[in-house]
Design a protein around this ligand. Structure first.
Ligand SMILES: Cc1ncc(COP(=O)(O)O)c(C=O)c1O
Ligand SMILES: Nc1c(O)cccc1C(=O)C[C@H](N)C(=O)O
Length: 409
């Protein structure tokens, strides 16, 4: 039995620099939400803001909204709000297409920065879309994929490598790569880096400028709470932007879209990564959602996330048996989730969901708990583990209703 109590958890929440932020979110009663690394929670003010965009900007303004509501600059406005969370200048980030499409554009552009080289290094346990997109890019540009050892990606670098493409925080284990160190190792052999920040941004601050990184992409529906399917962001170092040759040359990436010229001429800066008409409703929801980060220091975000994930590890390890931690214990190697292997992980996760503790399962045997520091409290973790103890003691996880099926989550 742990020496930790619910009162200790309450005291930790009261001392947290992020205390009170949870009130900005509309979370259902009785739910402990530990899946913000898949789909972030709904900020309370977003439904009214979105309704106003639909009624006033679209309904009343009609096509005039491009100017009167400044829809034209929504991509850039969202990018500017994300920038401080990734160590970027506001003008160096834009938002618009899905993560997979954005990865495709960025990977082609990255490879074209090194036209004399043929190898893309990536990691075999990366999120599937990253590998699939790389396979498509390799086929298109006649490149070779080199799957590195996740324990040592730098060992796969040599002077044939054009691009090192890594996901900063692993979706399954929550393990985090050394972004500055691997960026420097890639640069030492003349390669460029493409970082996927899907599982970092909004929970794990990064400093792309300080690391002298090259390109980065990330989704906005996880810790940025942009809503299901909200569009992804892309950043490129200012020193590279005017050399980026991305493959989907649409009119919104043109230097003068409304001049309607015959030939493509890329816009200056990061705008050239944009393709077509921005998804105004999705970007409006995202722009509004990002307000929950106003006044949040990135150091506080990280400190809160680490305190919470430490606490969750301690609670699980002291109160239940049979769960093998696969998330690194070292702070410098951990993102903002805690994952355990368990032979009945699928049933455990389903039994917890039935009790209102929403985490998720990842094949083959991983129970994954995302910790979004803006709205997950220490008491939530305490309550979640209380449920876990009951599930294991009463063997609810072995209920035939939880026999493993293919699920969308
Ligand atoms: C690392 C990573 N990359 C990409 C994606 C998703 O790409 P998309 O938004 O295109 O579905 C995810 C999660 O879905 C992810 O975890
Ligand atoms: N993007 C998702 C989706 O379209 C459906 C279901 C889940 C997702 C996710 O985001 C999964 C997530 N990237 C993961 O880390 O597993």
């Amino acid at each position: 039995m742990t020496h930790l109590t619910r009162e200790d958890a309450e005291a930790r929440d009261a001392a947290s620099p992020l205390r009170g932020r949870r009130e900005l979110f509309d979370l259902p009663d009785g739910v402990v939400y530990l899946c913000g690394n898949s789909l972030g929670a709904l900020p309370r003010h977003v439904p009214d803001r979105l309704a106003a965009v639909v009624r006033r900007e679209w309904g009343s303004e009609l096509v005039r909204g491009w100017n009167s509501a400044d829809w034209t600059h929504l991509n850039a406005r969202c990018g500017a709000r994300i920038a401080p969370l990734i160590g970027a200048a506001p003008e160096d980030v834009t938002v618009g297409d899905s993560t997979s499409v954005t990865l495709f554009k960025a990977m082609v552009a990255a490879a074209r920065l090194r036209p004399d080289r043929r190898v893309v290094v990536l990691e075999p346990t990366t999120f599937p879309t990253d590998g699939y997109v790389a396979q498509g890019v390799a086929a298109l540009l006649d490149l070779e994929l080199r799957w590195c050892d996740p324990a040592d990606p730098a060992a796969s670098l040599d002077e044939d490598v054009a691009v090192l493409a890594l996901t900063h925080v692993d979706f399954r284990s929550g393990a985090m790569f050394d972004l500055p160190g691997l960026t420097a190792a890639a640069h030492a052999v003349g390669a460029v880096t493409l970082w996927d920040l899907c599982h970092s941004t909004g929970a794990v601050p990064v400093d792309l400028a300080a690391a002298d990184a090259d390109l980065a992409v990330g989704c906005t529906y996880k810790y940025l709470n942009g809503g299901p399917g909200s569009p992804a962001f892309v950043w490129a170092a200012p020193r590279l932007q005017d050399s980026l040759d991305q493959p989907i040359t649409g009119w919104w990436g043109h230097a003068a879209p409304f001049e309607m010229h015959r030939d493509f001429e890329p816009a200056p800066g990061i705008q050239r990564m944009v393709v077509g008409t921005p998804p105004v409703l999705a970007l409006s929801a995202l722009e509004s959602a990002l307000e929950v980060f106003d006044g949040v220091a990135t150091a506080d975000l990280r400190a809160a996330s680490l305190a919470l994930t430490d606490h969750l590890v301690e609670l699980v390890e002291s109160r239940v048996d049979g769960f093998e931690l696969i998330t690194p214990r070292e702070h410098e190697r951990r993102g903002s989730q805690v994952s355990f292997r368990h032979p009945d992980a699928y049933g455990v996760v389903q039994a917890l969901i039935a009790r209102g503790v929403v985490g998720d399962f990842r094949t083959p045997d991983v129970a994954r708990f995302g910790v979004a520091p803006l709205y997950v409290r220490h008491v939530d973790l305490w309550d979640a583990v209380e449920h876990l103890v009951t599930v294991m003691e009463s063997e609810e996880h072995l209920d035939p209703a939880y026999a493993r099926r293919l699920a969308v989550t």
